[in-house]
Design a protein around this ligand. Structure first.
Ligand code: NAP
Ligand code: MG
Length: 403
């Protein structure tokens, strides 16, 4: 078979530990034999980030703005232990945070559904995608402990010095207080990312807040979504046969549990944090989840939802066998290759990426899987494979479908 050619480079962001090992295996076994891989390579491994004073992360985000599509390996976010382990000059910031800030995106996470790994919720037939707003609210709040009686107020001082005040509470005893904020610009970006992604996936979009109680704060989110939908997206949604649906957060939770799945659920920052853990564990595992950062300008960065699987890496370094699930990392590649193929009108590339995804699913459904899945499968006789053999089994299934 002739190798598939790529016209535009894909931004490749390499990473750390066990996922870096998987990254190379995936390229060697599942990509390079079939595609003339055209990537612009950035090494986001911690050593290179440290050597370049983290410039490499900034460069990789700029490259994503230039080419439109990136694929990212999981990376270490340094903490005190990593400072000594890697003799770091500084406790570098999370690369995901840096990239997210530069692309101003929304993160979409979707479970990868296979027979034999059944959701805890019986009626969920299709995946539910969580779209999490990644700015503000409780994550950028100011807090005070109130020691005793006294008046607490919100004060806004305009540039001309005029003050607007709102009483929070007249304390008669000790208590706590919190001030949250968000930015209309950020909510607008969030809304557009969600509407674009729904059109891309041809799935309904749900959005929910607590606007009945939070009449200014949450209501602003609701209004911004509705205004942008009416002005820019209603006709496109009608043409695509999909729906935008707003409801209260408690009603949304009840409906989600009773639904068949197959839609995108846009969540405020905190709701998205909590609900994405609920959705991913109810569907199976973080290693069976796709994750993509979509910017309002239409840049895409695909990654795995899990980390660098440090515990497995240390076993690997000691020469012990590992059984690390590579599906989420493979799907990061297939997501990026499909998007690249779509943008470049490269049907062969799109087709190959879909076949590789199918090969992963077929392999697991045939009973061959890594240990994490063997522990939760309904298949009574799974074959547990090591990290390398699992990828080789996927290659065999892929070659079968390409024949
Ligand atoms: P982790 O890599 O998500 O792994 C935690 C545990 O989950 C593993 O020990 C393993 O459980 C299981 N697991 C996760 N992915 C798996 C896979 N693909 N196959 C099989 N089992 C899997 O989290 P961590 O080990 O706590 O964090 C390691 C590093 O990742 C940290 O330095 C953190 O900063 C970084 N991180 C990066 C990202 C990112 O770049 N997107 C996200 C999160 C964390 P068992 O050990 O029980 O088998
Ligand atoms: Mg969380």
């Amino acid at each position: 078979m002739e190798k598939i050619k790529m016209t535009t480079p894909l931004v490749e962001m390499d990473g750390d530990e066990m996922t870096r090992i998987l990254w190379q295996m995936i390229k060697d076994e599942l990509l390079s034999p079939f595609i003339e891989l055209n990537t612009e390579y950035y090494d986001l491994g911690l050593k290179c980030r440290n050597d370049t004073d983290d410039q490499v992360t900034v460069d990789s985000a700029n490259a994503t703005r230039k080419y439109g599509v990136a694929v990212k390996c999981a990376t270490i976010t340094p903490n005190a232990a990593r400072m000594t382990e890697y003799t770091l000059k500084e406790m570098w910031k999370s690369p995901n945070g840096t990239i997210r800030a530069m692309l101003d995106g929304t993160v979409f996470r979707t479970p990868i559904v296979v027979k034999g790994i059944e959701p805890c919720v019986r009626n969920w037939e299709k995946p539910i995608t969580i779209a999490r707003h990644a700015y503000g609210d409780v994550y950028k709040a100011s807090e005070l402990k109130i020691p005793g009686p006294g008046k607490c107020e919100l004060v806004y001082t305009a540039e001309d010095g005029t003050e607007t005040r709102e009483l929070i509470h007249d304390f008669t005893g000790a208590g706590v207080v919190q001030g949250q904020h968000n930015l209309c610009g950020s909510v607008e970006s969030f809304a557009r990312s969600c509407f674009n992604y729904a059109l891309d996936q041809k799935q309904d979009l749900w959005f929910a807040t607590k606007d009945t109680i939070s009449k200014k704060y949450d209501h602003t989110f609701k209004d911004i979504f509705q205004e942008i939908f009416d002005a820019e997206y209603r006709e496109k949604f009608d043409a695509a046969g999909i729906e935008y649906f707003y409801t209260l957060i408690d009603d949304a939770v009840a409906r989600v549990m009773k639904s068949k799945g197959g839609y995108i659920w846009a969540c405020k920052n905190y709701d998205g944090d909590v609900m994405s853990d609920m959705i991913s564990s109810a569907f199976g595992s973080l290693a069976m989840m796709t994750s993509v950062l979509v910017s309002p300008e239409g840049y895409y960065e695909y990654e795995a939802a899990h980390g660098t699987v440090q515990r497995h890496y240390y076993k690997h370094l000691k020469g012990e066998e590992t059984s690390t699930n590579s599906v989420a990392t493979i799907f990061a590649w297939t997501g990026a290759l499909q998007k690249r193929g779509e943008l470049d009108k490269n049907a062969a590339l799109v087709d190959f990426a879909k076949k590789l995804e199918d090969a992963c699913i077929k392999t697991i459904e045939s009973g061959k899987m890594t240990k994490d899945l063997a522990l939760i499968t309904t298949n009574p006789n799974p074959t547990v494979l090591n990290s390398g053999d699992f990828i080789k089994a996927i290659r065999a299934a892929l070659e079968e479908s390409l024949r």
